[in-house]
Design a protein around this ligand. Structure first.
Ligand code: ADP
Ligand code: ADP
Length: 227
């Protein structure tokens, strides 16, 4: 079953004579898959993510999530950004940060608490629930961001270079954490990275983009490892 269908997606910034950032992206992510998008810096990965998450309206092509066109920011989509230090609210505790997006989704207080505690346990941060983001290391802050995204039980989890701002040891820990939690929560994940090794380590499927304006130049299914 297809979760995300991107067809002929193109985007030009600044009108008819503007800058063509992505040309003609076509790919599909199946339900339950962890797919990685790999491409050189500047090829249009952020533009693609903004189109998928409804933040910009593409100038050509279309994006469908679970069979429906993406129109505005879909509620069944959650995003983890590279810059964890700017994505958490410093004045809210770790638990309140995780609960925050559930408020606007109308989840009851009791259920918010229950879901937050569950995902915090899965990312190994139960003991930090009452701390503030600035009291945590970068890797732990990124775990909070992952927990917050999972608490929404998104149909699709988008991750934009999620491990690019942590040291190598922490990156390995977070990568293995992602592999565990995505099994636990049956998540469908689309992760963008410039690191081809990382994509092969993590993904069931890798889409390789050309340089800007991007198009998909390879669609690789990664055979199962021996884990
Ligand atoms: P990536 O995320 O792969 O580094 P981007 O999507 O940020 O690539 O950028 C793709 C191309 O579009 C680049 O050439 C970039 O300079 C250009 N670009 C990005 N954002 C804008 C914008 N708001 N206005 C004009 N050009 C942009
Ligand atoms: P082997 O080929 O000896 O089985 P792997 O390539 O599976 O070893 O890597 C062993 C460990 O090293 C992995 O569990 C992972 O934590 C880490 N690792 C190796 N390459 C990467 C990578 N590109 N990104 C993240 N972690 C990696």
């Amino acid at each position: 079953k297809t979760m995300l269908e991107v067809s002929g997606l193109g985007h030009r910034y600044g009108g008819a004579n503007g800058h063509q950032a992505i040309a003609d992206l076509t790919f599909q992510v199946r339900t339950g898959e962890l797919a990685c998008i790999v491409g050189p810096s500047g090829c249009g990965k952020s533009t693609m993510l903004r189109s998928i998450s409804g933040l910009i309206k593409p100038t050509s092509g279309k994006v469908q999530l679970n069979g429906s066109p993406v129109n505005g920011v879909p509620e069944d989509l959650a995003v983890v950004f590279q810059d964890y230090s700017r994505s958490l609210f410093p004045w809210l505790s770790v638990r309140s940060n995780v609960e925050f997006p559930l408020r606007s989704r109308g989840v009851s207080k009791a259920e918010r608490r229950e879901r937050a505690d569950e995902v915090l346990e899965w990312v190994g941060l139960s003991a930090a629930a009452k701390k503030y983001p600035w009291q945590l290391s970068g890797g732990m802050q990124q775990r909070v961001s992952i927990a917050r995204a999972l608490a929404c039980r998104p149909a699709l989890l988008l991750m934009d270079e999620p491990f690019a701002s942590v040291d190598a040891q922490t990156r390995f820990e977070l990568e293995d954490l992602l592999l565990r939690v995505r099994k636990q929560f049956d998540s469908t994940v689309l992760l963008v990275t410039h690191d081809i090794d990382e994509s092969i380590y993590l993904a069931d499927r890798v889409f390789v983009l050309s340089k800007s304006p991007a198009s998909v130049v390879a669609d690789l299914e990664i055979p199962l490892g021996d884990e």
